[in-house]
Design a protein. Sequence first.
Lengths: 278, 388
Amino acid sequence: VSREAFARLLSDSAGKALADQRPSASAIERYLAALHLQDLALACACADGHDAAWDEFVVTYRPVLYRAADATGDSARAREVADSLYAELYGLTRRNGERHSHLRYYHGRSSLATWLRAVFAQRYVDSLRGTARLDPLPDDEGPSAFASPGLHSSVDARRHLAVLRRAIRAVVAALAARDRLRLSCYYAQDLTLAQIGVLLGEHEATVSRHLTRTRRELRQGVERILREEERMTPAAIADCFTSAMADSGPLDVAELLGAEADRPAPAGRKEIVEDRST
Amino acid sequence: VVSDHRDEAIERMLRREATAPAAAAVDCLDAELLAAWTEHTLAGSEAVRVEQHLSDCVRCQAMVAVLVRSTPPPAAAEPWWRRLQVRWLVPIATAVVVATVWVALPERSPETSSQIAVSHDVRGAGDAPRPQPEPPRVSSPPDRPSATVPVPSTPPLRQETAARSPAEKSQVARAPANEALAEMPPPEARPPAPDARPTDPPARQRADAVAELRAAPLPAPPAPSPRAVAAAPPPPAAVPTTAAGAASPAAAPPSAAESVIVTGATPLARAPAANASIVARSGGVQWRIVGGSQVQRSSTSGEWRTIDFRPDAMLNAGYSPASNVLWLVGQDGAIYLTIDGARFTRVSFVDTSDLVSVSALSAEQATVRTRDGRTFRTIDGGRTWTAQ
């Protein structure tokens, strides 16, 4: 990698990262000192098509990519994504007659291995989401077309669930960002305490302690909303939680997205809702 | 009980909410930012901004989850008491025992001191004691802790044992057991006998063949299919051609039968202590890893020469099946091989786990073990690896 090319690379990296600031010379110096320069040079050389750099990349970093694919537990799809990404990294896409490598987007702010895993994760998640949108809707006659008895067994139960959901949303929205992220990682992404700890730079025990505290705050907040804002009696509040425990039915997606009034319910469930309204 | 019941209900609701598809993401984090945040290298305000976005964006949360699941676990830190034990307690205890024996033996002979001193010298470097088939080396490496009393010759074992204190007798009695405990390669993977030297024609030919394989050009990656993916990637194991080289008789140091790896005193180098205890079966060339990043080689004259080789990962262990062949393993799946005793090439590997030990039969056949206990074997000089 020539000196000029590398200087341009550093300039681009700093320009992109500090674009919305007016950094002092010392801030720029700190930024540049924190870059992963060796990885950046390797990525630059690979993007330029140096054979020796590609030798190094193949030996050192391709296993990183495939290991990330294997870690998903969905090896067929993940390998496909990894292969696709590898081809883009090599740069078969041609723009203006020149090879364009995806490695050009690497600016050295993290290690090359972590960046590769992040790009892979992005592609993989988008692939999953893309496929999910193409999944066929449930058959009207199929069992999933009907809500579970627990959800719609009574109007009260359904109302209780809706109130409870609203209260939970309100309390969650008022949590600190880090607490929300911890909850999401644990409940939505099914990460382990150790993995969350690695992610947030906390010890496993600290994560556990924070989760317990957040859960307690969540319950207390929900109870307060139900009691003070919804004016529910203790018996009604207890019914709310009982309804949540009894409910194992499918979700009303439109309701979750907060657009009950604007969006039609799925066909299979619409009929049931109408039945309940009469 | 009521609280538990309500907590559980809320947890159910949280999990169920999580299964709902999220609205289309706007201004999601790019991979660069996500990776830097994961490594905790972002500045304060930027980290807060990323965290704020992550707490609300299901897509980015999913990306982070995939990212963290694919991140190799950090190597477990060695407990401080073990560091103390290996680094300080053993040499100190050795020195005390030597001093005690020295003082307690009024009629000691120079030969007795020699045997004891050399035996403890080996242990002081963190290695398991092994009986020496030949007179032990009196010269010690310059960076090895020196608790020795150099005296030229070796006494009869019976006389030495009779003269030792009870504690030392127990050490002597344990020596064969320690030897058995020391990690040795399986019988078929043990280094060849002294007379099976790599200077013989078949071994030379194999080494040349390996060098030729390594010099093969790197195939290009696949062209993406209309779905941008279908083609397979290029085959692995292309090694930098600039570093590859055939065995050069001119460059080869003086011939010797077996080699020894003595690891340095850093924690990383000490981790595979069993592997570090490989002892030369005959005099000649020795190798050692210094500080996890430097490789030295000794000739028959006992001089240590630093090899011009800078590994890009910390080295943990090595194995030398022949005088000019040395396998080295280290962090992040790093494997290096020399077949001429001078130039190392990085060998491709299928995993990025830390490698803690290696044993080899030749430049083609080797077995490596990861820190988490998995074993991989190659029979073609590292071009392909098979999980055992």
